[in-house]
Write a protein that binds this ligand. Structure first.
Ligand SMILES: Cc1ncc(COP(=O)(O)O)c(C=O)c1O
Length: 380
């Protein structure tokens, strides 16, 4: 694993704001934002020195391109902390690589790896005291980049902001009973589009279906392919798995499916345990037939925010429903426990997936590899 990146110093005022932050008892997901954020500007072809500042509004021109043409990308990842030990990140290099791929697709500049990693490390280091330590809780991190150049011409922006905000959070779904609506009208992503990248527009376009799903009593949308509305793609913010005859089935990655890091981790862990994992185009009606015959009893969604969430029912907008295991089925439970145990302990023997981050000791003491540096840019 790449351990690049060092920790930036921050002011006494910012440290005080962290110590004054009160974490709500009922965390929810992404609703209470940490009091500091990190920001770096890109202008005249160069990234500027990142600034850590109080979380709050940022001045932006109303003609900034992000507001009109959606030139924007983001990532979602978590820092964990347990038993008052050092916090750790789960596979951050994968998030960095996906961020770079998203940037290229949206004609945005690449954030150097050292800047990305140093920024994450700096935030996690100083926010250590507010990382929730209860089971299933973590510090959700949201790196993002937006186009800030003012001007209404439809072209790539010359100026950008790279930001990271953080939110102490619980898991996305508070209940293990998630019903998913099979979306047979709208599409999330089309071939040649941006479905395989973390681009805000993908999510904006999914909201209409989400509203419909909620009105019909579902918590999620299950998307099908845009060409034929026949093959399963994924949920609005999670990847799809089904357990059939002891095998794990998941749609093969295409340019319309987000390559989830949790998906990849589950596939690797399952294969390591000797399970058969099949990545192939899954026909929705064939799968529903297997569900009706009780050959498929377990379907689950997976992602950073939702970890592993069993789907208790699939349904059509016509009212037809397909019942699945009420809660965690045997295979779903086993995979969920494997991934959660890494998040609980920070230990992963089979794979190099955990990146520890030295916590702020409050006395300025840091391990040698994490000494604060006054310039990250100089290290590029
Ligand atoms: C559309 C979509 N699919 C899948 C995922 C799962 O990806 P990951 O496991 O990297 O969080 C996410 C979340 O990032 C997502 O937004």
């Amino acid at each position: 694993m790449d351990h690049q990146g060092s920790i930036l110093p921050i002011s006494h005022e910012l440290k005080t704001s962290i110590s004054l932050y009160k974490r709500p008892e009922n965390l929810g997901f992404g609703s209470s934002i940490a009091p500091i954020m990190l920001m770096s500007k890109f202008t005249k072809g160069r990234w500027q020195e990142p600034q850590i500042q109080p979380y709050g509004p940022i001045p932006m021109a109303p003609a900034a391109k992000v507001f009109h043409y959606g030139q924007q990308i983001f990532e979602g990842m978590k820092a964990f902390r347990r038993n008052d030990q050092d916090p750790f990140l789960f596979r951050p290099k994968e998030n960095y690589d996906r961020f770079v791929r998203s940037a290229r697709r949206m004609c945005m500049p690449e954030v150097p790896e050292n800047l990305f990693m140093s920024s994450l490390k700096t935030l996690v280091h100083y926010l250590t005291p507010i990382i929730p330590q209860r089971e299933n809780e973590s510090l959700y991190l949201r790196p993002m980049m937006i186009a800030t150049e003012s001007g209404l011409s439809l072209k790539s922006s010359g100026d950008y902001l790279f930001l990271i905000i953080a939110a102490p959070s619980a898991e996305y779904f508070s209940s293990a009973k998630v019903r998913a609506l099979i979306e047979r009208e709208d599409c999330r992503a089309s071939p040649g589009g941006t479905g395989a990248f973390k681009v805000g527009g993908n999510y904006g376009a999914s909201i209409q279906s989400g509203v419909k799903a909620n009105a019909l009593g579902f918590q999620q949308t299950l998307w099908l392919d845009a060409r034929q509305q026949r093959y399963i793609e994924e949920f609005s913010g999670m990847n799809f798995f089904a357990v059939v005859n002891g095998e794990l089935w998941t749609p093969e990655l295409t340019d319309t499916i987000l390559p989830g890091i949790t998906r990849d981790s589950i596939i690797k862990m399952a294969r390591h345990k000797g399970m058969i994992v099949r990545e192939f185009p899954i026909d929705i009606d064939e799968l529903l037939n297997l569900v009706s015959k009780n050959i498929c009893r377990e379907i689950f969604a997976c992602g950073t925010a939702a970890v592993v969430t069993p789907i208790s029912e699939l349904g059509e907008s016509t009212g037809t429903t397909y019942r699945l295991a009420e809660s965690f089925g045997e295979v779903t439970q086993k995979l969920s426990e494997t991934i959660r145990s890494i998040q609980q302990t920070g230990k992963c023997e089979q794979f190099d997936w955990v990146m520890p981050i030295a916590r702020d000791q409050g006395d300025g003491h840091l391990s040698a590899s994490n000494e604060p540096q006054n310039s990250m840019i100089a290290a590029y």
